[in-house]
Ligand binder design. Structure first.
Ligand code: ZN
Length: 305
């Protein structure tokens, strides 16, 4: 049976909310639900990576794991309360017993196993996996190749029959410019259907028109690749398809606006209208919105800046 031996004193002991007689004594955890070679993984030089993921209060530590394959910079996700044990066992199952697991070393970190130990009356549960870099900061400002690779990564994930379930910046790592997805506890069965190509800057389709809801949310809400159907001007919201001329945008100009301000707004309105026409050419192939073409169904979920 493979064991995981955590040899150094945990950082910030008070976070761990469990007492051991000698905190310097190695903590040995045993592999759960998995057959393993008779090998030890030893962890040292632990540092606190984060004090919990978005949804859980499990403790995430970074350390060096030494095992039969050498020494690897690793992540340990620990639960001392038992509250997140089920979620962690579920995550381990996704890595080990579903097709998604085949993405380890590429779109997913290499997973070393789920380990447990009884400490007094408490069960300590630990997921150990390869360290693959830090989370991305803002998906709306990531470089184009990363964005492209992220969409391919999620698509690869879906092709293996699961949604990730919690795609946001904190669960997307930048591994030397390559996206790696973590935190698989919310993964659910999924049959991916995509009905259209993603055209950056095109008007946002409806989720029904696009297909896959998780990719749709990533593209529209997180990456912001689609334009919305509405625009704000002079504190008023306009449907882009309704705007027939630049002056239309000035209809609601507050009374008492000075000449200079009025002139400035008129110039801005011209530029905004040019943008609307450009979008229209991209979307409809013409600057005119023909009867029956107006996309009222884009209303749903549209952002108002
Ligand atoms: Zn999908």
């Amino acid at each position: 049976m493979t064991t995981l031996t955590i040899t150094c004193r945990f950082p910030e002991d008070e976070v761990l909310s469990f007492e051991r007689e000698d905190p310097d004594e190695p903590l040995t955890l045993r592999l759960v639900n998995q057959k393993g070679a008779d090998a030890k993984l030893t962890v040292d030089k632990l540092v606190l990576a984060t004090d919990g993921t978005r949804h859980t209060q499990s403790l995430v530590l970074r350390g060096r794991v030494t095992g039969p394959l050498g020494t690897m910079e690793s992540i340990l996700k620990l639960d001392f309360t038992g509250e997140h044990r089920d979620a962690m066992l579920k995550e381990a199952t996704v890595y080990q017993k579903t097709k998604v697991g085949s993405l380890q070393g590429d779109v997913l970190p290499r997973f070393y196993g789920c380990f447990e130990a009884k400490v007094g009356s408490m069960v300590v549960t630990c997921l150990a996996m390869e360290y693959c870099g830090e989370p991305v900061e803002d998906l709306r400002h990531i470089a184009h190749p990363f964005r492209q690779n992220l969409l391919l990564a999620v698509r690869d994930f879906h092709k293996r029959g699961k949604t990730h379930g919690d795609l946001y910046e904190g669960n997307i790592l930048d591994c030397h410019g390559h996206p790696v997805l973590i935190d698989l506890e919310f993964a659910e069965d999924h049959k991916c259907v995509i009905k259209m190509k993603i055209v950056t800057g095109a008007i946002r389709p409806t989720v029904e028109e696009y297909g896959c809801p998780e990719l749709y949310e990533l593209i529209s809400e997180r990456l912001g690749l689609w334009k919305t159907a509405v625009i704000r001007f002079c504190n008023q919201t306009f449907w882009k398809d309704d705007v027939t001329c630049a002056e239309h945008l000035l209809d609601n100009m507050p009374t008492g606006t000075g000449d200079e301000e009025r002139h400035k707004l008129a110039e801005q309105a011209k530029l905004v209208f040019q943008e609307i026409l450009k979008e229209r050419r991209l979307t409809y192939g013409t600057e005119e919105v023909l009867p029956g073409q107006r996309r009222v169904d884009y209303l749903e979920g549209a952002h108002v800046a």
